[in-house]
Design a protein around this ligand. Structure first.
Ligand code: GLV
Length: 315
């Protein structure tokens, strides 16, 4: 009976699928104690799957991340042991792109700040010069990381009349650039051109602190940053300075350098919208993510190829 250790409660459908192959599923309370026997591990982002953890799991065959991000998993250590790593691309693309736009709009129009003001009893009736935000139409949205989510964000930009420029690891085929209305740029050009810069790259050694103090200084005066990717892409201390002293007008963040910690400077600033890492948090999307993780476990434990191995296809 293969043991599956999962750090999150799995939905009914996933449990049925795994129980169908006789798996013994050990949930959030029992997963750590079950590592010694586990053939599969389903780790949340908050669990670091490193060489030390793998040492406690000698029978492991698959690490099935129930997320698209997998920077919490030491892939080299897994590969050295022949352990498959899978993630959940595609199923969260649209929900995450929606949330990116919700956060972008909330940030540029300072909506949470306005709502807090109303709840504090400060709404005095329609005030001509009250609660002013920025415009989007005719402005440039810069996208760093034109993978699935970056492209889904770009697709929505036309509805708001924004121009799209993008940079990242891969250049899109020209036909796709035309369809998205997205113009390629270098990183430096993107920093200089973006009225709103939105990050959609995975966290890798190359992207850690991509937005450091120097890069932040080169952003447009009065521009906005939106980050729904990974916190460590941005040097948070430098971001606090760029928000306080310029050039940034504001930032919308869903992710942080040291989650669940949020830099105290960010909490004090009035021009920041802070969300608790909810990019893919819809009921259907999260269910699809958990199901895909379970289907990957099912595949590997029955000797089939994993459905969505990390690094197994275009991103
Ligand atoms: C969430 O951050 C994910 O990577 O799916």
């Amino acid at each position: 009976m293969p043991v599956v250790a999962t750090t999150l409660p799995l939905p009914e459908g996933a449990l049925r699928l795994l129980e169908g192959i006789g798996a013994d599923v050990r949930g959030p309370e029992g997963w750590a104690g079950a590592l010694g026997e586990a053939e599969a591990l389903v780790p949340l982002l908050t669990v670091r799957v490193d060489a030390a953890l793998l040492e406690r799991a000698p029978r492991l065959r698959i690490v099935a991340c129930p997320t698209v991000g997998h920077d919490h998993v030491d892939r080299a250590a897994c590969a050295a042991r022949g352990i498959v790593v899978t993630n959940t691309p595609d199923v969260l693309t649209e929900a995450t792109a929606d949330l990116t736009w919700a956060l972008l709009l909330a940030t540029v129009r300072a909506l949470p700040q306005a709502e807090r003001s109303l709840r504090a009893g400060e709404f005095r009736g329609w005030g001509f010069w009250d609660y002013l935000g920025g415009d989007l139409a005719g402005r440039t949205l810069g996208i760093f990381g034109m993978g699935r989510i970056g492209r889904a964000v770009a697709r929505r930009a036309g509805a708001f009349g924004m121009r799209v420029r993008y940079a990242g690891r891969t250049r899109l085929p020209e036909e796709e650039e035309r369809a998205l209305g997205a113009e390629p740029a270098s990183w430096d050009e993107l920093l200089a051109a973006s009225d709103v810069l939105s990050l959609h790259a995975p966290l890798t050694p190359d992207t850690r602190h991509l937005l450091d103090r120097d890069a932040l200084r080169r952003m447009r005066p009065g521009s906005y940053l939106v980050n729904t990717a990974r916190g460590p892409l941005v040097d948070e201390a430098a971001l606090v300075e760029a928000l306080r002293d310029g050039p940034l007008a504001g930032a919308g963040l869903d992710v942080y350098e040291r989650e669940p910690e949020v830099h105290p400077g960010l909490l004090e600033l009035p021009n920041v919208v802070l969300l608790p890492h909810v990019g893919s948090a819809t009921r259907d999307t999260r269910t699809r993510m958990a199901m895909l993780a379970a289907r990957n476990v099912h595949a590997v434990l029955t000797g089939a190829a994993p459905l969505t191995p990390v690094g197994g296809g275009p991103r």
